[in-house]
Ligand binder design. Structure first.
Ligand code: MCA
Ligand code: AMP
Length: 494
């Protein structure tokens, strides 16, 4: 049995766990299918012994079957972004030494050539399902369970490995802090290769015995319809989604708008996270729906770390206090703890919620910890007991629509363009995306470059949300005496 003991799955409850399209699945149905899937994955083996099994599918019954099936069979689940470009997938699959890929028919064509070239077996969920559930291994809690890729200050994304124990800790702290119950019903439209969708929504929902309504993508009209119908009582999203909802509200008539806002008003909780929620947005949402957004702070490596209170003041522009079980301390540039309020420092975290390692990358793992503290790279200040995020220590990390992007990774791809001689990518403040990817480019002698042509060229070479929103041609990049590009200088130019 998996060491992440989801109570309602284990009890074979007849409550509805998942809704996909028009079909509802009870906990008992989900549990039985997971066992058949885990049995099929095992074949003749007793335990997958941390085999890396990747899967490429949107939020679906199949996704849940696969994730939990891999856990129960003793593998490491590697959920991939269905919006990834093939070259990005190559990196994920190679660096994780994936041996099997689960994808259904609609995605198999995209993946076949790559999987063949990497000697990865490509199968569908149906291919794997055993006719009957067999015996499954006992999995120790400290074993590796999941690998998620995260962009950092290095060129290529790193695999963040969590154990069963880590994931359990990440879930259970939120169950209490946000008062999850089996009566909750929540829509899930976020991508399922990140903590926000996987842990905060899907896993907390399933742990609590709640109902998770699955959407393959963020489909505003469909989701609004359900909100009007009063289907949900909890809603979690990144700030960009609240912005997009407000933009949508401008396109509908007043009566419809009122119904949607009333639907939100009746909910018990609306949460924003993954990127800073501007105070303006916090206030707009409150004015429209009466909901006081609960903003919280997290990271792939730690799950959720800091949260505004469920009961008590939810402060605009602040992320609240460390969650129970999470130790949080600000440090100055000399690695000394900051004990006074109002002095900014780097957030460092300890606790059962913290990841185990970057996959196959001891150097990066060691570098990210100091004296047992995980160094987030985020700078915050405590004011009147509330943490407020001030920014990041690296200009090379961009947060766009909740996705963490590496400027260096984007630059690396752009530099392979025949006409580009130099490039610097930065995130520029943007009302919709939080930060918009902006590329400063110097072209080679005699060459020219138009934005549309560059966008087209990028297609297929990087996930579409990484493609620069703006291209700024420049004769030469500003550099310091050491020859390093001065990115703050570029921001000032704007
Ligand atoms: C889509 N586009 C974007 C983004 N998303 N551009 C920049 N940044 C983005 N995030 C572009 C597409 O490339 C496309 O461009 C156009 O927008 C329409 O694409 P579509 O997919 O239809 O857009 P959408 O459905 O409206 O997507 C917006 C979104 C999505 C729903 C906000 O970006 C999203 O789901 N973001 C959340 C990601 C997430 O879950 N992050 C959590 C990780 P074109 O038309 O030019 O082709 S952080 C985390 O897990 C930590 C632990 C935490 O704290 O939570
Ligand atoms: P990721 O590694 O994709 O999980 O992104 C984690 C990063 O998102 C953090 O290191 C922060 O920079 C940012 N982040 C998450 N939540 C918030 C928030 N509420 N306010 C500001 N930044 C946030």
């Amino acid at each position: 049995m998996s060491e992440i003991p989801f109570p309602y799955l284990q009890n074979d409850s007849d409550r509805v766990a998942l809704i996909e399209g028009d079909v509802s699945y009870t906990y008992s149905t989900v549990n039985a299918r997971i066992n058949r899937f885990a049995t099929g994955l095992l074949g003749d083996q007793e335990d997958l012994q941390e085999e890396r099994i990747a899967f490429f599918m949107p939020a679906s019954f199949d996704y849940v079957t696969t994730m939990h099936g891999v856990w129960r069979a003793g593998g490491i689940a590697v959920p991939l972004n269905v919006a990834s470009a093939v070259s990005e997938l190559d990196h994920y699959l190679t660096s994780a030494s994936v041996t099997r890929m689960i994808a259904n028919a609609e995605y198999q064509e995209t993946l076949r050539e790559l999987c063949d070239s990497l000697n990865i077996q490509l199968v569908s969920v149906e291919d794997v399902l055993a006719d009957e559930a067999g015996s499954l291994p006992e999995i120790a809690a400290e074993r590796r369970a999941m690998m998620l890729f995260t962009s950092g200050t290095t060129n290529k994304p790193k695999g963040v490995v969590c154990t069963h124990h880590t994931i359990r800790a990440q879930i259970t702290t939120l169950i209490d802090a946000w008062a999850w119950t089996e009566d909750d019903v929540i829509p899930l439209f976020l991508p399922l290769h990140h903590i926000h969708g996987i842990v905060n929504i899907l896993s907390c929902g399933l742990w609590a015995g709640a109902t998770v309504h699955l959407f393959a993508k963020f489909d505003i009209p469909k989701i609004s319809e359900q909100i009007v119908a009063g289907t949900y009582n909890v809603f979690m999203a990144v700030p960009t989604i609240y912005v997009k909802l407000i933009q949508y509200f401008d396109t509908i008539d007043a009566a419809e708008l009122q119904k949607i806002c009333d639907g939100f008003k009746d909910m018990r909780l609306n949460i924003s996270g993954s990127a800073a929620c501007p105070v303006k947005l916090f206030n707009q949402w409150k004015d429209l729906t009466g909901q006081v957004l609960l903003e919280r702070y997290g990271m792939t490596e730690i799950g959720m770390g800091i949260s505004n209170p469920y009961n008590g003041e939810r402060r605009a522009g602040a992320v609240g206090q460390p969650l129970p079980g999470v130790e949080c301390q600000l440090f100055d540039e000399y690695d000394s703890p900051i004990t006074e309020e109002a002095i900014p420092g780097e957030i460092r975290i300890k606790g059962d919620n913290v990841f185990l390692e970057y996959w196959d990358n001891d150097a990066a793992t060691n570098e990210s910890f100091k004296d047992g503290w995980f160094c987030t790279g985020d700078v915050a200040v405590v004011e009147d007991g509330y943490y407020r995020i001030m920014g990041r220590s690296s200009v090379d990390i961009i947060k766009s629509g909740g996705y963490k992007l590496s400027a260096l990774e984007i630059e690396g791809t752009l530099l392979t363009h025949d006409d580009i001689s130099e490039v610097a990518v930065i995130g520029v403040e943007d009302d919709t995306w939080g930060e918009a990817v902006t590329a400063f480019v110097a072209v080679k002698d005699g060459a020219t470059l138009e934005y549309d042509a560059l966008k087209q060229w990028c297609d297929g070479k990087m996930s579409s949300y990484k493609i620069p929103k703006t291209l700024i041609l420049i004769d030469a990049l500003p550099r310091n005496a050491m020859g390093k590009v001065t990115k703050p200088g570029l921001k000032e130019m704007l």
